[in-house]
Design a protein around this ligand. Structure first.
Ligand code: ADP
Ligand code: 5GP
Length: 189
């Protein structure tokens, strides 16, 4: 029986990971989207159940206790986790799943699924460009952006641990590279 693949995409916040992953999901490649759970509040335009499952800290910690997460992390003071049942259900059915999670979470997924996970790192052309993108998104204040830029530098150090690394300079070019990686990995299933 063919099992599914886990495509795990990570990037420093503001690199364009959400933009690229949304394009992938709209492109008819048949990837199931793993919707993470988080205790952070929705940003303008975000929808519960689509972008994230937005939950209370109490509910999140309850799920941690009962082993409901494949992995979970504290990012920028908020909790984020990958619901385990969704991943297992799709892999068992032979479906491929897209996970958009941070670098520490990605390492944990690889440890649990060494053969069935493909790790893709998206990076901005430079820290200066990253700062510009975070400012243009207008979803965080200046202090939060400074904090995220500091963390971005640490996350960049993980890129060598990924199977693939894509520089998101021109969006169309980066997307083409991402799609080709997915298509080539799916063809070897
Ligand atoms: P992430 O999910 O990595 O935090 P987003 O997808 O929210 O990042 O992108 C951050 C901002 O940068 C958004 O305003 C997005 O429209 C913009 N953006 C994404 N990719 C590019 C690109 N290649 N060139 C210019 N702007 C981009
Ligand atoms: P944001 O608040 O900008 O949406 O996400 C902050 C960080 O949390 C990003 O690096 C994002 O990839 C990460 N993240 C989102 N969902 C999960 C998850 O389920 N697990 C882990 N480990 N990180 C996540």
């Amino acid at each position: 029986m063919k099992t599914g693949k886990l495509f795990v995409v990570s990037a420093p916040s503001g690199s364009g990971k959400t933009t690229l992953c949304n394009k992938l999901l709209e492109d008819g490649l048949g990837l199931a989207n793993s919707v993470s759970m988080t205790t952070r509040t929705p940003r303008p335009g975000e929808t519960g159940g689509v972008d994230y499952h937005f939950v209370t800290r109490k509910k999140f910690l309850g799920l941690v206790k009962t082993g409901g997460f494949l992995e979970h992390e504290n990012n920028f003071g908020h909790l984020y986790g990958t619901p385990k049942s969704f991943i297992e259900k799709n892999l068992d059915a032979g479906s491929d799943v897209l996970l958009s999670i941070d670098v520490k979470g990605a390492m944990k997924v690889r440890r649990q699924y060494p053969k069935d996970s493909v790790l893709i790192f998206i990076r901005p052309p430079s820290i200066v460009v990253l700062k510009k993108r975070l400012l243009s998104r207008r979803s965080e204040d200046v202090q939060t952006i400074a904090k995220r830029l500091g963390i971005a530098k640490k996350e960049m150090a993980y890129r060598g641990k990924y199977n693939y690394c894509i520089v998101n300079d021109r969006l169309a070019t980066a997307y083409k590279k991402l799609k080709n990686i997915i298509l080539s990995e799916l063809s070897t299933k």
